[in-house]
Design a protein around this ligand. Structure first.
Ligand SMILES: [Zn+2]
Length: 274
């Protein structure tokens, strides 16, 4: 079974990482879904796309409350396909919840240890990476498109957690729904930099399958998982989703499939506490 388990109650379709929520009862962690037949604004969680900001904020409020938080806990960044990672402190709670200008700027990764903060980031094909350092109670989320992947935003998040005192064997990672190798064709602009960061040709062959000259089907989820395992994240601590945001049209928006004009899902992680 996929680690991202679909559930639809209270009219809010979501995936949750059930295994983490059962193992770490204070964690709330998941990925939003759309509903079949609805238009792109209905389940859009990002303010930089679509025409209905009020709907986005209402979607955020409903989802936050559904997972035991409130809209004022919703904390997010303006993502730019780079690798800046910010540490969210108490006074950052709620940044970006209703507008773009108060969000963390130029930031693709967020982490925190504070309770009652919900870190959110937005997707339509890129890979959501979730982190939990169980020994120090820090959690994080990072946005990895191909650029973030080859610039190693995943390993950079691990480094941030280690600087806070986490030990690698206590770090858990989940690689969420994204476009799959079935639907993601790339050329040498992507493959060459990827080759430089992976360990060897065998690893590259596993994540990128060449099918016609100079074209590859890239498994961006596998690439991220490989980069994290290469720096010592334990195999058994890595969960990897098989959902493809392009194939699974009933659940997801897809930038590539929908020709760039579509909504965004949200990946969230937060910790409940006193
Ligand atoms: Zn696919």
């Amino acid at each position: 079974m996929d680690p991202f388990v679909f559930q639809e109650t209270a009219d809010i379709p979501i995936f949750i990482i059930k295994e983490w929520e059962e193992r770490f009862p204070s964690l709330r962690v998941g990925f939003s879904a759309r509903k079949k037949g609805e238009d792109a604004d209905c389940r859009n969680y990002a303010l930089h796309v679509g025409n209905n900001g009020a709907q986005v904020i209402e979607n955020r409020r409903k989802l936050a409350e559904f997972v035991d938080f409130s809209l004022s806990d919703w904390t997010c960044a303006e993502q730019v396909h780079h690798t800046r990672i910010a540490f969210a402190q108490d006074h950052d709670r709620g940044r970006g919840k209703k507008d773009r200008k108060t969000a963390f700027q130029n930031t693709d990764g967020l982490f925190s240890y504070r309770s009652n903060m919900l870190l959110a980031s937005y997707y339509a094909d890129c890979v959501p990476l979730y982190f939990y350092a169980s020994d120090i109670g820090h959690y994080g989320v990072a946005h990895a498109g191909w650029k973030g992947t080859v610039q190693q935003i995943g390993p950079k998040m691990i480094q941030k957690l280690q600087e806070r005192g986490a030990r690698i064997e206590h770090i858990f990672v989940a690689v969420g729904p994204s476009i799959g190798p079935c639907c993601y064709e790339v050329d040498h602009h992507v493959i060459h930099p990827l080759k430089r960061v992976l360990n060897n040709q065998m690893q590259l062959d596993r994540v990128a399958m060449s099918h016609t000259p100079a074209k590859w089907h890239l498994d961006l989820k596998e690439a991220n998982a490989s980069l994290l395992k290469n720096i010592g994240v334990k195999e058994q601590n890595v969960l990897q989703s098989n959902w493809c945001t392009s194939c699974d049209v009933n659940y997801f928006y897809s930038h590539r499939r929908d020709g760039g004009n579509t909504g965004r899902m949200v990946a969230w992680i937060g910790k409940k506490g006193d």
